[in-house]
Design a protein around this ligand. Structure first.
Ligand code: ZN
Length: 284
């Protein structure tokens, strides 16, 4: 396997039965908060990670020059935001002693399948794909910026995380996503529940959703998480997301969560059925 931190048994991504989710009861939530706090404390106080060989994290830049993803309220491409945050994340992970392979650093990767293949070739123990969120076309409103008509929506702001039940390490993917979510919230970042309208929750409190058919998550052979850093159609959040100091703080929180998950994380049996609240309240 890819690292000493991987659990002996990794549950295959069979679609989960809706058992009574642990985290919906009070004691379960307390236990989860306590466990995530312990993981984060370990990453904060016992740094850098000294696993031998060092754990490898694959940081994937979402989208390409030819298909640059969403457009911001001021007309910038999602790819440009993804490149900037990914660069900060690489620095923050390396500062914690983790090895990093940057996937699609030039925005010219040939296919979605090639992304996790690069991660596998580097023996990465975690794949994280960096994205920025948008809204649906019918939610866009016109405004003028820089002398041009642009489109925005100020309703939704905040980050969210996605995992796939078709990934062979779903439970560990959920653990890493919720650990990242906990680190982000501890650092003052607020998640969005915008995507709870369409995507079932793996962990409501940390805005971790299932997105089973996302190719990069499904094709990854290691735990994999897709991170939406914020909503670039939101005019105020776009300015934050473009700010290098904000990007560095966000990357630092992400790296804290990743280091915690990779150095100490063991997925619990119920990780993949953590919290089913918010199951698709709107049709797909
Ligand atoms: Zn994207």
């Amino acid at each position: 396997m890819n690292g000493p931190w991987l659990p002996a048994r990794i549950s295959r991504a069979a679609p989960q039965r809706r058992r009574g989710p642990l985290a919906t009861c009070r004691s379960g939530k307390r236990r989860l908060r306590w466990r995530l706090a312990l993981l984060l404390a370990a990453a904060t106080h016992v740094a850098p990670v000294t696993a031998v060989p060092p754990a490898v994290v694959a940081v994937d830049v979402g989208h390409t020059v030819d298909a640059p993803g969403a457009t911001s309220a001021r007309g910038r491409s999602e790819l440009s935001f993804n490149l900037e945050l990914a660069a900060h994340l690489v620095d923050a992970l390396q500062a914690r002693g983790l090895h990093v392979v940057l996937v699609n650093g030039d925005g010219r990767i040939e296919s979605l399948q090639a992304r996790p293949a690069v991660a596998a070739a580097a023996a990465a123990g975690l794949f994280i794909s960096i994205h920025h969120d948008s809204v649906s076309a019918h939610e866009l409103l016109p405004w003028r910026w820089g002398g041009n008509e642009q489109f925005y929506n100020d309703r939704w702001a905040g980050h969210s995380l996605f995992v796939s039940r078709h990934n062979p390490a779903t439970a560990h993917s959920v653990l890493c996503a919720r650990t990242m979510g906990a680190a982000l919230q501890r650092a003052g970042f607020t998640p969005t529940h915008k995507n709870g309208r369409r995507r079932a929750y793996a962990d409501h409190a940390h805005a971790v959703h299932y997105y089973d058919n996302l190719a990069v998550l499904r094709h990854a052979t290691m735990p994999a998480v897709l991170f939406e850093a914020g909503v670039i159609r939101h005019r105020a959040e776009e300015l934050l997301l473009a700010d290098p100091a904000y990007q560095a703080r966000m990357a630092d929180a992400l790296a804290t969560g990743i280091a915690a998950c990779m150095s100490a994380g063991r997925a619990a049996d119920d990780e993949a059925t953590a919290d089913a609240r918010g199951e698709s309240v709107l049709p797909e």
